[in-house]
Design a binder for this molecule. Sequence first.
Ligand SMILES: [Zn+2]
Length: 368
Amino acid sequence: MTSTTGSSYTSIPNQKYRRSSRRSRQRCNTSDTASPSLSTLGYFQMLPLEIFQTVLNYLSVKDISMLSMVSKTISNHLMNYISTPAGNRRLLLRDFHNLEPPGKGEGSYILEHYKSLVKRCTLLLPTKERLKYIHKVLSGVSCFKLHGCPSPLHCSGLQCYGVFLQILTAGWDELECHRVFNFLWELSNLARKVQTVVSSKPGSAQKLELRIRLYCRSVLLNHWIHRSDSAFWLTRILKPWPMVNQARLLYIIFGPVSSLDGHVVWQRMIEGPTDEASLKGLAEAIKLLYDTEAREWTADDVISLVDELSVVPREWLMENSARLLILSGNNICFTFMASKAVNGRVAELARLMVFLALGIVTKRTAAS
Ligand SMILES: [Zn+2]
């Protein structure tokens, strides 16, 4: 983009005329005779690109984001500026290790920053281009990536990314959200990674299990206000897999973890009676899928999933299964028992009922 005849600066390129009728009508309607480039770039047209970018160095993120909404041409220039090393250095905040969780204190400041920077500046792009650009810019921040952060348990990068995603996609329809999911899923190569953890021995890829859990929870699941949104995103994660793998994946994302290193504790349901805290995440996820808002799941699907879950990684103690059912609520509990009865698994049903009764009594005693 160098200019002609000997000048040493780079000028902002002119916009070409479009010969569409819409365009010419617009021209006829405007009373002044300004060229189209002037009408979109205004007086900035006179500035060499370097000077324009130097001016931007003095603007706050909020001002840059407001400026980006002036016209498509300006917005393009600003997006280019954000991608330059200078813009990148100045605008991409990277310290996610000394922050409060997003939404509080500095966390909300950093969110506001990224929201202004990326949401407004890309407002005029179609979804696919928009996602590509956002990815290009944000990929410079390692804490936003699945494997990027050396200390993922003490980092709020993925949470910020998740909240940012929620802000970005607010009001988008399901088809567009589906595109966002596919984009993120492909970007982090999650299909292959999930395949690895669900097909290998539980716990043999501990670190990868942890990364997948944190990414799914922090980026894709935690921040939705409406249950229907949570159900939509959890469905996207689970549906592509056969039931056996869905159960395994559910345990990886919502099952109990070690308080020391955050790794999934696979033996918790097998070795002895477990506590409510270890089962709560799983129960909440099951309830979410059983809700009428998760339209893509029938009651049978969910009951089969619960059944499958109770042998991950081996058959659970019956009292832990009973406790999960109690936490999942009456409807799921009764439907689950009915399915055992219909399938003639009478002995299993009888044992389950004993533990359900004991579980309910224990819960009531603890509550009183
Ligand atoms: Zn980090």
